[in-house]
Structure formats: structure tokens, C-alpha cells
Write a protein that binds this ligand. Sequence first.
Ligand code: NAD
Length: 371
Amino acid sequence: MHIGVPAETYSGETRVAATPETVKKLVAGGRHTVSIQAGAGLGASVRDEDFVAAGATIVPSASAAYAADLILKVRRPETAEIGLLKAGSLLVGLLSPHEGVDDLANAGVTAFAMELLPRISRAQAMDVLSSQGNIAGYKAVLVAAYEYGRFMPMLMTAAGTVKAARVLVLGAGVAGLQAVATAKRLGAVIEAFDVRPAVKEQVESLGAKFVEVTLSDEERKAQESAGGYAREMSDDYKRRQAVLIAERAKASDIVITTALIPGRKAPVLLTAETVAGMKPGSVVVDLAVKQGGNCEGSVADQVVVKGGVKLVAPSSLPAAMAADSSALYARNLLSFIGLLFDAKTGELRMDRSDEIIAGTLVCADGATTRS
Ligand code: NAD
């Protein structure tokens, strides 16, 4: 099959959907050919000649890359690119399916949205939300450390002792747990909170304290039956949670928020009132800003200062570490597209009864596949 990798066009997107490592594997045995748009890897520190050495062909334009039969992308094609899509081709990427996919269906492509990948163990090697969330959690701590006007670790110096920073991590999924681990390496004292009680053990094993809202038996059962993801909680739970978070945030120097509910607006965990009660010099890093934000008043890609508290809301931290985020993302895609081909013959074999394929497929044969 002819695989195409167009350059990303979205403003600030530096990642690329293939790397020399994955190209080498794709072209091995002569099964596939790969066309990369000239310069597509530059943001991720991959030169055209590195792709050529791995066995790819460099093509001069987006239209030449989109002429392939299988298109690998990081972001959903923008409006100007939709016209370049070839009817009958396959498209794989982070396609923002919640924004609607009618334009992709109308273009006649068969498209797979990697954000919809089921969280099952067979899919772990393909899990782009995990690979990119991990990077976001790491980088969020470095952003916080950069914005924070004090040390992270406790230091005993000739000029006296410096206290360790107190870090509160809200949402202890993939990004949150990496934020806990990274803040720990920098010497901070950490607390973490999540609506899923199952993560308590993971938080504690990383050396942080788990902040708990007491759950009723009914609430605990509901949360545990949500298939690994968080559910929208009752108003009463939210009230208890808000009181606890406000109290912990006021005692913290840095708050990193990562709380998401798939397909929904992110929960507001830090209200303007809570921020007003935080110490001047504190830093909030809101990783949920693209889904509406966990912190009232945070603005995407800006540093807003409220009463001496810095609200930072980077909208795409993985793009700030494009070399590693591309390396991991490209490996995720390589694993995923392995499912689309017969392992023996290399022929396209799209088994729509496979839950990974069915779960990610958003349009085929000119129609959307999900309601
Ligand atoms: P996510 O990015 O959707 O959400 C981040 C975190 O926010 C979650 O832990 C969630 O519980 C939490 N959250 C939501 N609402 C909240 C609120 N009001 N207050 C506090 N926290 C709130 O989740 P994710 O990190 O992508 O993954 C969630 C979990 O899925 C993982 O921790 C893991 O258990 C599971 N998972 C499984 C696989 C797999 O088996 N293939 C892969 C990745 C993740």
C-alpha cells in the first residue's frame, strides 16, 4: 500500500505522524511504500534525508502526500486539506471526532480517530492518549517549575533553609500520574486527587498523598463500573469535592490540573474564588484548557495573573517535545495500522468486528459510522 505523511498545518503543531524508525518497518519486505511531504519532520528534528535513508520518498507538496492510499496524520486535516483527500483512501490520526466528521465522510475517506481507541490491554501499544498524556504530564511540571519563583526541592544552604514546593495534582490518570512522578523527582511534596478511588494506590506508590472525598457505597460502585474512565458525579459529590479542593489548593504552591471526562466539557475544579484564596506566587497549570479548562480564568497558551497567582494553560504540551512525542505517536500508529493488514499476505483486511477497528472507525463509504 502507498502510505502518505503530509506535513501538519495546524498552528503550533510540530509533531509528525511517522519517523525514520516507523518508516523502516513499514517499507520492510516491500509491503508498503511511504511518501513524506518535504519538511514534514523538521518540527520534530527529523530531516528529509533521515526519512530517505529509512526508505521513504520525499514528495514536494501536500497534494502529493495526500495522493497516497493510507494517510497518517497527527491532527485532523484542516478545511483547506479536506479537498486533497482522495475518495476511497484511509485516514488515521487524532481527528477530533467530537467536533463532527461529516466533512471527512463527504470526502469519501475511511477514517479512524485515535482518541476513540478502546482502553483495553491489546490496544495499549496503540494508545495515543496515553503516550501523549504522559508527555504532557511531564512537561506540565517543567512549565510550573519555570513559572514558579522558588525552588521545587527543600534545600539547606549556608544562607538558610528553603522549603520544598507543595504540589497538588488534580486528576491522576496518565498525565496526572506522570506529573506526580516528575514533581517527585524534582523534590516537591505532592498531593493528588481523582474521582476514581482506584488510583489511590498508584498515587501512593509514587510517593504522593492521595486526597480523598469520602464516597457513599453507591458512588463508589458507579465510579468503579465506568470502564477505567471518570463519570460525571452528583451535585452533592461535587460540593464536597469543591470544599476539599479549595482547602488543599490554598495550602499548595503549584496546582496541576489534568481532569477530563471523555466527550464532555472538563470539570471546573478550581473556581475563581479558590484561585483568589491561593498564595501570591502560586502557579496553576491547566492541562484541560482545550476541553474548557479545569481552572476558571485560565486562557489557552497565555499566562494570566490573578491576585499574584499565575494561571498557565498550554494547549498542546506534546508539541513542545516534538521529537519524543512524534517517536511515540508514530509507534502507536504503526501498531494500529498493523491491524488493518493481513499479517501473512499484507493485503488490506479491515475486520469491522474487531473492537479496536469498530471503536475508532468514524466514517466509511461516504457515511459516518457513529451517531
Ligand atoms: P483522562 O485523560 O480521560 O482523565 C484524566 C483523569 O481525570 C482521570 O484519571 C479521571 O478519573 C480524572 N477526573 C475526571 N473528572 C475528575 C474530577 N471531577 N475530579 C478529579 N479527577 C477527575 O484519563 P486517562 O489518563 O487518559 O486514562 C484514565 C485511565 O484509563 C487510566 O488511569 C487507566 O486506568 C486507564 N487506561 C487504560 C489503558 C489500557 O488499558 N489500554 C490505557 C490508558 C489508560
